[in-house]
Ligand binder design. Sequence first.
Ligand SMILES: [Zn+2]
Length: 95
Amino acid sequence: MNYEQQDPDPYPDAVQIDGHAGVAWYVLGLETVPDVDTEWTGTEAQTGNLVCVMVGDDRHWAFDPDDVRTLARADYCGECGQIGCGHDGMDRDEV
Ligand SMILES: [Zn+2]
């Protein structure tokens, strides 16, 4: 999938996606697709979706921004990407 990074990045941390409970994702950028002018302009059209990958994976998925919710760093595992897992060695203060 093609995408454009946003500057500044509105999703600097991981997110969760409605319908994909329990897994953290990273937002790569805005999905783009070639349109009729791309051959001449070299630019692609934005679809309005966000291209995301699961933490620990590199497969691209596109999601509606309405389904994307920001996630606190302490709420997910940086190794396996599971929400609620803490085995990545991050220091989490138990409250
Ligand atoms: Zn983990």
